[in-house]
Design a protein around this ligand. Sequence first.
Ligand SMILES: Nc1nc2c(ncn2[C@@H]2O[C@H](COP(=O)(O)OP(=O)(O)OP(=O)(O)O)[C@@H](O)[C@H]2O)c(=O)[nH]1
Ligand SMILES: [Mg+2]
Length: 330
Amino acid sequence: MPANLPPEYHEIEKELRTARTPQEKIDIYERLIAVIPHHKGTDKLIAMYRAKIAKAREETQRRPSTAKHGPTHKVEKSGAGQVVLVGPPNSGKSLLVKTLTGADPEVADYPFTTRLPSPFMMPYENVKVQLVDTPPVTADYMDSWFPELVKAADAVLFVADLADPDTAAVLDAVIRRLKDRKVDFVPAGTDIPPARFPFLKRALVAANKLDAPGAADNFEDLEVLLETPLEKVPVSAVTGRGLEGLRRRIYELLRVIRVYSKVPGKKAETEAPFTLRRGITVIEMARAVHKDFAENLAYARVWSRGGGIEGLRVNRDHVLSDEDVVELHI
Ligand SMILES: Nc1nc2c(ncn2[C@@H]2O[C@H](COP(=O)(O)OP(=O)(O)OP(=O)(O)O)[C@@H](O)[C@H]2O)c(=O)[nH]1
Ligand SMILES: [Mg+2]
């Protein structure tokens, strides 16, 4: 037990003896955390209370007296697609989100820092991808609403901790918890059939803390030992190494294309692409622009980036490619 705890700490701690419900305990733990001075000597104590809060919260969600299915935490989608970060405590999910988006989620040197999902926008070239920072998942703990959040996302970015020699086993345990709830994971390029059960999500592993001692060996272990065959991208949220490549791989996970619309006689709007699913046709793109366009479409002209097509008149079933410029004629 670290020294220098203020007298209020001991007063509040006494109340724990009479606390009955998990919610009463949570309130007391939170008051305790608030009065504990934050420094190296108290990190473990604070981490312990945060873990207790997480456990107590899981208990409240299981109780029939509260809402039947517990709380949900839906995150409204925005941008080119939604990617949820999933990983063990302290693996650096929040710092990765912070570095990739320039936003400011809470980052700290103890587990269970992040408590609720929070969305942030990651710029990639001329589009934005929504990254959702989340609370940690462990072999023993996962928020009751977590699987629904993952099922609703467009893709998943697992975060592994390369400072941990057991990183593969720890991440396998996280993935197993989700598989038990009928969500499974496939590598980036996989076509997902429309069947909805079990849910399949494209996923990628950000192997974080590449700068930590032993990280190179731990990365090799992760490559060999992780049971689910997913691509692993070694990065460091601290030094920035590998992050540009990760940004691109996250965007590619979404399997979308950028299409620029063009008004006849004017320049293409390359600042504001439509992000549409790969394989989309001209008529489907017209529908995404405006339903009147789709109803009244006469023909379209397409300019493709590779230069293969230059203002070619195409029919409505023409399949579009990334960075095509499309002029819709009605
Ligand atoms: N050396 C090193 N430390 C890192 C790296 N990324 C994160 N950290 C540190 O790891 C600790 C945890 O980082 P967070 O981003 O809060 O981790 P988290 O996964 O969000 O943690 P929870 O919210 O508890 O699940 C912090 O002290 C970070 O500074 C990295 O690439 N290298
Ligand atoms: Mg966090």
